[in-house]
Every structure is written in C-alpha cells, then in structure tokens.
Design a protein around this ligand. Structure first.
Ligand code: AMP
Length: 288
C-alpha cells in the first residue's frame, strides 16, 4: 500500500485536491489535532465509505485553546500518527506548521453564532471562534466533498454544521457516534494525561451519563431530580469536579426543562478529573 502523501502548506494541499477533483474522485477529510486513537480511526473508516480518497488533517490549533498550558501539554506523537494513517490507508495528510496557518499579519476570525455562546463557549472563551476559523481554513485548503466529525464533541459538530450551511461551504458533514473504552470512557487524546488513579476516577463520567440516560428513558421523573442524582455520581468521586451537566436540545444547545415527547435530547457533561478536562454526552432518542 502506498504511503500517504504529506502536505504542509495550503497551496500544496489544494493543488493535490484539485487534481483529484479534475479526475472525478471524491475526497473526504477527517480534521484532527493528532495523537490519533481508535476513535479517529473509526472516523477514517467512515471517510473511506463516503469518498474515494481520504485526507487526515493534523494541526494543534493554538487559536482554540483558552489555556496556554493545555496547548503546550497537548500530546504530539507525530511518528505514531503518520504510522496510524499509513496503516489505515489514508491517501494524504495535511500537516501544516503554525506559521503556514497563521503567518505574520493574519487578522481574520470566523465568529460563530449563538450555539457557540453556550456551555463550552461559556467555559472556554474564544474556543469556538478558534475552531470555526481553523475548520474553515482546513476546508478551504483541502476542498473536500465530505468532512467527518465525532459526536463526542457534539457542540462543535453543531457549530460546524451551522457554519457550513451559513457560509455555503458546500461540504457534506457526517457525525460519527462516540467510540469508547471497554469501561465506557470516551476515547480522547487527553486521556493520555490521566494518572492511573485519575483514569479510574474518570469512569464516573460515563456512569453519570448512563444514569441520567436510563432515568430519562424510563420516564416519569422530572429532569431536576435525575440531574441531581447524576451529579452525585460524579461528586462521589474525590478526584472529579463537574463544570456542567445538562439536558439540551441537540440542534441549538438550549437547556431543556424536561425530555418532552417526540423530541431527541442530549445530556452533556464537562468534568475536571485531576487537572484534565473531559467532555462527553449521550443522545436520548425521542419518546413516542
Ligand atoms: P480531536 O483530535 O480531539 O480534535 O478530534 C478530532 C475529531 O475526532 C473530532 O471530530 C472529534 O469529535 C473526533 N473524536 C475524538 N474522540 C472521539 C471518539 N472517542 N469517538 C468518536 N470521535 C471522536
């Protein structure tokens, strides 16, 4: 199997993509910040189903980090990532240095709307402006037919879907269900930073979500009651502290008072576990 082509600048990336388009081949992109894990590999598989050629982008985007320390500590196992892409038969990797993305004089931002002002937007000021700007730039460089994102970052997926529609970017967006460890913890590049004790403690996040989801699915109890019991699941863990746990409308990220009939809902959660911030969510299908 041929090794993936690696491109470092927008013009080089775009030239390749245009050549593919001229040859009538569909391209799907998987945007990532590297430190690839099995969750990313499932996104790559989905990309393969959606197109003839798969591009993975690897860029740790300084603009979307609200804390410098988090940016600096973000894992960057580049050789491993290149091997994972090769093993998965990725066709091209877009791996720009920061200077190629944000050269001197860079002065534009893509400012997402109201969805981006809630939850993650409140707790990570500027985060979604950074995400919106970098995703727009990545899509412009790769010019894909389709782009694949994880539902683990559900609010990010909602923000990106809105931008792609509003700005007529002409890219099909696909969301992939969250890939989990056997004990239920959502896979994340940040999990590598958990100490063994914190890794054990982190299972309180999926436990709280499962608790909330089964309470909602069985019906009959108010969300406020289910929520306080789900919060207690996390609070029972000394290494964990909750930032938010809420029931929201998955399209708008407005908080729901309760899980009404006929509507999908989403339970979203953000938890600090021993200095590492984890987010997760669970979809609650509409009740008949
Ligand atoms: P990241 O590298 O963490 O920025 O993530 C890149 C893409 O992979 C995003 O679309 C994430 O939502 C997605 N992703 C990360 N973790 C998972 C997971 N456990 N399951 C599914 N998708 C994921």
């Amino acid at each position: 199997m041929p090794l993936p082509r690696v491109f470092h600048t927008p013009p080089a990336m775009r030239a390749w993509s245009r050549e593919q388009a001229r040859a009538g081949r569909r391209v799907a992109v998987v945007p990532t910040m590297g430190a690839l894990h099995h969750g990313h590999e499932v996104l790559i598989e989905e990309a393969r189903r959606r197109a003839d050629l798969v591009v993975v982008t690897i860029f740790v985007n300084p603009m979307q980090f609200d804390r410098t320390e988090d940016f600096q500590k973000y894992p960057r196992p580049e050789a491993d990532d290149l091997r994972t892409c090769a093993r998965r038969g990725v066709d091209a990797i877009y791996f720009p240095p920061v200077e190629a993305m944000y050269p001197d004089g860079f002065d534009t931002r893509v400012e997402p709307g109201v969805i981006a002002k809630r939850f993650e937007g409140v707790h990570r000021p500027g985060h979604f402006t950074g995400v919106a700007t970098v995703v727009t730039k990545l899509l412009n460089a790769v010019q894909p037919d389709a782009a694949i994102f994880g539902r683990k970052d559900a609010q990010q997926l909602a923000v990106i879907t809105q931008i792609v529609n509003d700005l007529d970017l002409g890219v099909e967006i696909y969301g992939v269900p969250t890939v989990r460890e056997p004990d239920g913890l959502a896979m994340s590049s940040r999990n590598r930073r958990l100490s063994p004790a914190a890794r054990n403690a982190a299972t309180c996040v999926p436990s709280a979500l499962n608790f909330a989801a089964s309470g909602l699915r069985s019906g009959g109890r108010p969300w406020t009651e289910i929520k306080s019991e789900a919060l207690a699941v996390i609070e029972a863990e000394p290494l964990a502290s909750v930032e938010y746990l809420e029931l929201v409308d998955p399209a708008t990220f407005t908080a729901c008072e309760d899980h009404g009939t006929g509507l999908d809902a989403l339970v979203i959660v953000a938890v600090w576990v021993d200095g590492v911030r984890l987010i997760d969510n669970q979809q609650i299908p509409a009740r008949p």
